[in-house]
Structure formats: structure tokens, C-alpha cells
Write a protein that binds this ligand. Structure first.
Ligand SMILES: C[S@@+](CC[C@H](N)C(=O)[O-])C[C@H]1O[C@@H](n2cnc3c(N)ncnc32)[C@H](O)[C@@H]1O
Length: 174
């Protein structure tokens, strides 16, 4: 199981508790995230966290070997998502799952209020940082993500929305 753009590896830590037999890899371009995650205690399978730029480097995994690949709030950041999705498709095992969890376009008012309610920012902070990040986080609609996944040959098996700002898509590799 792989988490791309894993940050400090908290999702992998939780996966390792539920699936102690799993082999877990996390990749992130920010060395401080990886260094912090490497020293966090974990009670399940210990993830291997590595500094890695998914936008410029192939994944260090053989084709069709990965059973679960997740990417949470990362793909919208990358200038060119399709080469990254092609790399994900290359490594997915038959029946392997790709779980994409990412921002979707939503109204400015809902976005700014969400920064206060869910991210704990003050109204002043939400207004200051929110206007800068609004275009970054509101890049793709749900339909845009559906189209991108289709273009990449990753058919959607399931999708759901747990909060107004994000959508979850579960796809297979073939
Ligand atoms: C918003 S954080 C999400 C972290 C984690 N996935 C989560 O949901 O908590 C985005 C992460 O993507 C990482 N990232 C951004 N560009 C990347 C790239 N080209 N390759 C690998 N990681 C990248 C950042 O360093 C950051 O840790």
C-alpha cells in the first residue's frame, strides 16, 4: 500500500494498525514532513517514508505490484496530473485500488467559512490566506476529476463526499 504526498504519514500509520500484515510506503517531496513522520511512534505495520517528487520521478515499484494507492489533497497541486496518474496505473496490481481524495470547486463563502469552522482559523486568518489559496483549492470540479480519471484509464468504481470541499473517488487500474 502506498500513500503519495503522505505528509507525516498519519494515514499510513492508521492503515498499519488495521492491516498489520501490510507493507506500507509513503512518499512526499517535503523532507521535514518525512523526517517528522519517521520518528512518530506506531503500533501496527511501520511505514517506510521516503522523500520523493511524484511530479518528476517514477515510482520505485515494479509494474502491477500495488494493492492500494491513495492520494489525499495532493493531485490538485501538481501542474500535470496525467503523467502521475499514468504512473499510478502502471504500478496497480490487477484489482488494485486507487483512492483519490481531493478538493473540489465550491463557493467562496463556503470555502472561507470552512477555513474557520473546520480548520480552526480566525476570521482574519481565513480572509488573508483564504483568498490566496481559493484558486488553488478550487481548481477542479467533480466532473473535471471524473474526466481526468477516465482519461488516465482509471475507471471509477465508487465516489462519495464527506464534506463540501472534498470528493473521494475509488478506481481500479483496469
Ligand atoms: C495538503 S498536504 C496533504 C498531506 C496528506 N496527504 C494528508 O492528507 O494529510 C499535501 C502534501 O503533498 C506533498 N507534495 C506536494 N507536491 C508533491 C510532489 N510533487 N511529490 C510528492 N509530494 C508532494 C506536500 O509536501 C504535502 O505534504
Amino acid at each position: 500500500m502506498i500513500d503519495l504526498g503522505c505528509g507525516p504519514g498519519l494515514f499510513l500509520r492508521d492503515l498499519g494498525e488495521r492491516y498489520p500484515q501490510a507493507t506500507l510506503y509513503g512518499y512526499d517531496v517535503t523532507p521535514a514532513m518525512v523526517a517528522y513522520g519517521q520518528q512518530l511512534p506506531c503500533t501496527g505495520a511501520k511505514p517506510t517514508l521516503t522523500v520523493h517528487d511524484v511530479a518528476t520521478q517514477p515510482l520505485p515499484h515494479a509494474p502491477v505490484t500495488v494493492h492500494l494507492l491513495s492520494m489525499s489533497s495532493v493531485l490538485h497541486v501538481l501542474d500535470e496530473p496525467l503523467p502521475v496518474l499514468a504512473e499510478i496505473r502502471r504500478v496497480l496490481a490487477p484489482g488494485g485500488l486507487f483512492m483519490l481524495h481531493d478538493w473540489i470547486r465550491h463557493p467562496l463563502q463556503v470555502y472561507l467559512e470552512g477555513r474557520v469552522e473546520r480548520m480552526g482559523e480566525s476570521r482574519a486568518e481565513a480572509l488573508r490566506g483564504g483568498f490566496r489559496l481559493f484558486p488553488v483549492h478550487n481548481k477542479y470540479t467533480t466532473e473535471d476529476w471524473q474526466w481526468l480519471l477516465g482519461e488516465a484509464g482509471l475507471p471509477i468504481r465508487s465516489q462519495t463526499q464527506l464534506r463540501p470541499s472534498h470528493q473521494i473517488f475509488v478506481t481500479t487500474g483496469c
